[in-house]
Design a protein around this ligand. Structure first.
Ligand code: KG4
Ligand code: ZN
Length: 360
């Protein structure tokens, strides 16, 4: 178990997609978590444009490092290692971050720790703020009982993962096509809700009726724990086309549509979660990824867990749900990284966490 009082500070970088993030962490404690968002740059393309992301990361990184150190009230002398996301993610975006981290590591004579991005989302739930009153760190780390079930719901991944120990993962099920965040974004785009549409869908859904549209529940007979959202996407497209054709896509109907669609996406996740819980026991359930910020998702997950007496552990702030450097720092501080990897390594755009337990 990492102990914050003894934990050394790590400067952690994530450039896996469209956020340039640099954080300083000590064990599970977040000392700073700077996120330079590129959302405004990519809005005009309706999604992430890789070469634009690459250039923006290059421009944002030096200032983000300075800001992360300053907000943590630390200097390079206090930093024990540099952590960097190696994959999965957009190859050009990963490459900029990795090259930059390698330069920092050489320049400041700090070991470099390569981290799996999805593993960051898994452990984001354990990140905690610096204790406010004393300005010191909380040294009481919770005792973890394995296996734990991690549910990752992001723009790139939708996965159920058994966490059997530090660096020991089993993928129990995952989407066979789009990720949940991706399908929310795509259907949101059909409704002209901008990019990323996930948070807008959540907002509009607040005033809508979730029972207005009857979306299909996919993969009920697949006999596994995998998910698929392509059928729901087609259903959504057909409905939107029919409503547009009939000129009846008004604000009220859009709210109802968002409420029904969002609930259906999360129902599909909860359906397979329930199946998993019927077959295996876990001490607790963790939630991570950009869509974890969604309150409706959390409510549906909690309702699913209730009969099992299980609690849902979610990141303490929205900043830890989307892509961020702090979650990468938290993973770099896990006991599995004792005897750190000091060798050069390359980016891994398609790196699965079940492959080598997140070790480079
Ligand atoms: O984890 P993340 O920042 O990037 C990936 O690693 O994919 O997740 C981004 C995804 C986007 O699809 C975005 O629409 C979705 O998270 N998202 C949300 C919310 N906030 C972000 N989806 C639903 N409700 C939200 N509040
Ligand atoms: Zn992510």
């Amino acid at each position: 178990m990492p102990n914050s009082s003894a934990a050394q500070a790590i400067l952690a970088i994530d450039t896996s997609c469209d956020e340039t993030s640099v954080a300083v962490t000590a064990g599970f404690t977040v000392l700073s978590n700077v996120i330079a968002s590129q959302v405004e740059l990519h809005k005009q393309y309706g999604g992430v444009f890789p070469t634009v992301a690459k250039q923006a990361h290059r421009e944002n990184l030096p200032a983000a490092v300075q800001a992360a150190l300053k907000r943590a009230h630390l200097t390079w002398d206090d930093i024990s290692a540099v952590a960097i996301t190696v994959g999965p993610g957009l190859a050009p975006a990963l490459e900029v971050g990795l090259n930059f981290a390698q330069e920092l590591s050489a320049q400041h004579h700090k070991p470099l720790i390569g981290v799996n991005h999805v593993e960051g989302h898994v452990w984001s739930v354990m990140a905690k703020p610096r204790a406010k009153k004393t300005g010191t760190q909380d040294t009481n780390e919770p005792e973890l009982v394995f296996p734990i079930l991690s549910v990752i719901v992001s723009g790139g991944h939708t996965q159920f993962m058994a966490v059997d120990g530090y660096g020991q993962y089993r993928i129990l099920g995952q989407t066979i096509d789009d990720a949940a965040g991706e399908v929310l974004d795509k259907v949101g785009r059909m409704l002209d809700l901008g990019y990323p549409a996930g948070p807008v869908v959540e907002e509009l859904a607040r005033t809508g009726s979730a029972s207005a549209f009857d979306f299909p529940l996919p993969m009920t007979t697949s006999g596994d724990f995998n998910l698929s959202f392509s059928g729901m996407k087609t259903f959504a497209r057909n409905k939107i086309e029919a409503l547009s054709g009939a000129d009846s896509l008004n604000a009220k109907v859009i709210s109802d549509f968002c409420a029904s669609f969002q609930k259906a996406v999360f129902r599909a996740v909860c359906y397979k979660l329930n199946k998993i819980l019927q077959t295996e026991q876990f001490s607790e359930v963790w939630l991570g990824g950009g869509v974890a910020a969604n309150q409706q998702l959390r409510a549906q997950l909690r309702a699913t867990l209730k009969p099992y007496g299980l609690r849902l552990r979610a990141p303490y702030t929205k900043r830890l749900c989307g892509d961020n450097g702090a979650m990468i720092g938290v993973v770099a501080g896990l006991p599995k990284h004792v005897g750190k990897n000091l060798e050069a390594f390359d980016r891994r755009p398609r790196w699965s966490l079940s492959d080598n337990g997140g070790r480079v």
